[in-house]
Each structure stands twice: as C-alpha cells, then as structure tokens.
Ligand binder design. Structure first.
Ligand SMILES: *Cc1c(COP(=O)(O)O)cnc(C)c1O
Length: 377
C-alpha cells in the first residue's frame, strides 16, 4: 500500500523503522515459546518499588479527570531531591518523549547535531526527522570517550551535542576531567543534551555533578533522567529533564504533548523516588552481577566493553543478528546491534542471577550450534 499523495516530509519518508524490540506477550505470540530471560530492554529485574505499585493502584481509582498538566507535585519533589529549581524540571512520557521535544523545539532543517557511535538510536532518529544532519563520532578503540574527535566535530556550527553516559549501548561513562574538556572545547552556542538514563548504576568514583559543571560553564544544557531503568517503571512511561533555565523548560513544554505524563505514572514515580531502599537494592545487585557476568564472558574469550550501566556490550562471532536468533530459539532475548560498523556486537541486560545464568548457558549452546557439528575424523 502506498499513500494516495506524497504527503510525507522527505526527512520522515527516508527514516528506517525504529527497532523497539518485542514486549513479553508479543514474544510469546510471535515465537510460540515463553521467554526465559528477557535481556533486550535494560529493564530492572526487581521491577518497581511496591510503594509505587500501591500508589499507581490508588491513583487509578477515580481517574475521570485530566492530570495536572504542570506536573507540579512531582517537579517539586524532583527539584527538592536533586537541589534544582522546580521551574527547571520537566517531566515527559519517558525521557524519549523529551528527546523528541528537544529536537522539535530547537532544530531547523540543515542544523548539525553531534553524537557518538555506537549511539542510542533515538538520539539520531529524532534529529533526522527534524531535517538535521547528524555527525557520529566513533568511540576510541579502547572504549574511552573520543574527546578530541568530539571537540573537533562540535567546535563550531553545532546546534546540539547529545550523548548518553553511561553510554547506551557501549557502557562506559565519561570522567569528570573529560567532561570539563568537552565543555571547554565545543561550540558555546550548542545545546548539550546529557542523557543520564543509567546514572544510578555508575560506580561511586565516576559519579559527578554534571549539571553543576554545565551551569558553571554558562552553557545551555539539559540532563535527561528516567524512571524506566533503575526505578523499574519502564511500562509506566515517565522520565524527566533538568534544564539550565526555566525558559528552556517552557520551550520544551510547548513541544511536548500537554498531558503526556499520565496521572498513574506520576503517582508511581513520586512513590518510587521516596523508596531509597528499593533503588539501592536493585542497583547494588546489578553492579555485582555486572562484574560477575563480564568476568565469565571474558574468561571464555569474549570481547566485552567496560560497563557502568545495567548491560554489557560484546562482540559476536558472526553477525549479531544470527546469534540473537539462536538465543531467541532458546527463549533468551538480547539486542543485536544494527548500526554500522557494530553489526557484530550485541547488548545484553544484566538482570537477576538466575536469568543471567540462563543467558550464559544459552550462549554456550548457541555458539556451539552455530559452529556446526564437529567433522567426522
Ligand atoms: C532507556 C533509555 C532512555 C529512557 O527512555 P524512557 O523513554 O525514559 O523509557 C533514554 N536514553 C537512553 C540512552 C536509554 O537507554
């Protein structure tokens, strides 16, 4: 089927579909088996805090009215928690919603956007749909941040510099001294979008206050955070941004849907913020498993990128899509990377120990199968 008329904007028509993976019930419908380890979406094995579930259930009762479009209570709670003016906090239907809103508020066709490679798909996709030209800077071969190349790419004529740290999909996090060099080197007129979706998983020695550093540098910036990962609320769809200025927050609010944050998600997030214990338990278990699984993979000869997040990025023997398919047949879901030149790399979520063990044994079986039967003597 084709459109009756050529109504697509060319920058939309030329986009490929976003690879969003399969939800659990869809997996069962499509493959006819239950997933034994769902490790393709970087979800939390613990799920949300029980307090968040109760709050969402309570909020569901009597939800005949529209929610507060200003998200006032949650913005104040977040402002209080991170020590920011609530007028600089914006909520979104997941932080993905905010990424799209930033691009729509800021980008003109032909603008330059600089990001990393490999990169989070939506950092590139949303910018392209606004007609921007995206320049992707490859990580250094040792997976350190490519500072010189990023600065060279973004020194001038750059509208947005956007990247995640810890990086999705690669895993490493930028260090404070590196971040300072970047702030000093890139176009002072560029907006920095610092995506901190995995910040809770950082080891303590790599945690620093990026917002304070960007403020000191007197730049326009936004830090993006989410309830989808460490808080275990991926299905509720809620994330937030900390903006350098209330004017940026207001601009983003105009390009976001007015009621994009639903009342249930807002109630769940508010309760989740207050359950420190749940967050800490999840993060500590994940950090320990991250070390254990990476060590096992490396001891078996796999090339694994260093990770500060709740996943590992590793090199696959052939095409990553083939390995992912072999694992899928065993009920194990991972994300085969589809971005050139990383199509022989895959990302696997660090989950609970039993799920990680299912992955590790399925990986051995799948690679043995892929090598085929040993030739007869
Ligand atoms: C998961 C993720 C997000 C968060 O998306 P939500 O819309 O909040 O669920 C944002 N950025 C990166 C890099 C991510 O991996």
């Amino acid at each position: 089927m084709a459109l009756k008329n050529d109504i697509n904007r060319p920058e939309v028509a030329s986009l490929s579909d976003y690879n969003a993976g399969l939800a659990l019930d869809r997996f069962r419908e499509v493959y006819g088996i239950d997933a034994r380890a769902k490790l393709d979406h970087n979800e939390s094995p613990l799920g949300p805090s029980p307090a968040a579930i109760t709050a969402m259930r309570d909020a569901a009762a009597g939800r005949g009215r529209y929610p507060d479009a200003t998200d006032s209570r949650l913005r104040h709670a977040i402002g209080g928690l991170v020590g920011t003016d609530p007028e600089c906090v914006i909520l979104g239907n997941g932080s993905e919603d905010l990424i799209g809103g930033i691009f729509r508020a800021v980008l003109r066709p032909g603008d330059r956007v600089v990001t990393l490679c490999p990169s989070f798909g939506l950092h590139e996709f949303g910018a392209q749909s606004c007609g921007a030209v995206v320049q992707k800077v490859p990580f250094n071969p040792d997976w350190s941040f490519p500072l010189c190349d990023m600065i060279a790419a973004a020194r001038k004529d750059t509208r947005i510099v956007i990247f995640s740290s810890p990086s999705n999909p690669a895993g490493p996090a930028i260090r404070q001294d590196e971040f300072r060099q970047l702030l000093d080197g890139i176009d002072p007129q560029a907006l920095i979008v610092f995506d901190e979706a995995y910040r809770e998983y950082l080891s303590d020695d790599l945690d620093f206050n990026a917002c304070a550093m960007m403020s000191d540098a007197e730049r326009d910036w936004i830090s993006l955070r989410t309830f989808s990962k460490a808080y275990g609320l991926a299905g509720a769809r809620i994330g937030y941004g900390l903006c350098s200025d209330p004017a940026l927050m207001r601009a983003l609010r105009k390009t976001r849907n007015p009621f994009s944050v639903n009342a249930l998600a807002a109630a769940g997030a508010l309760a989740a913020l207050q359950d420190d214990d749940h967050l800490r338990r999840n993060v500590e278990a994940t950090r320990a498993e991250r070390v254990r699984v990476a060590a096992i993979l490396r001891s078996r000869g796999w090339d694994v990128a260093p990770s500060q997040a709740n996943f590992l990025f590793f090199r696959t023997p052939g095409k990553a899509a083939d390995l992912a398919q072999a694992l899928r047949r065993r009920g194990v879901l991972i994300k085969a990377w589809q971005e050139t030149p990383f199509t022989d790399w895959a990302r696997v979520t660090i989950a609970a120990p039993d799920e990680n063990d299912i992955f590790l044994s399925a990986l051995s079986a799948a690679t043995a199968d892929m090598e085929g039967p040993a030739p007869h003597p």
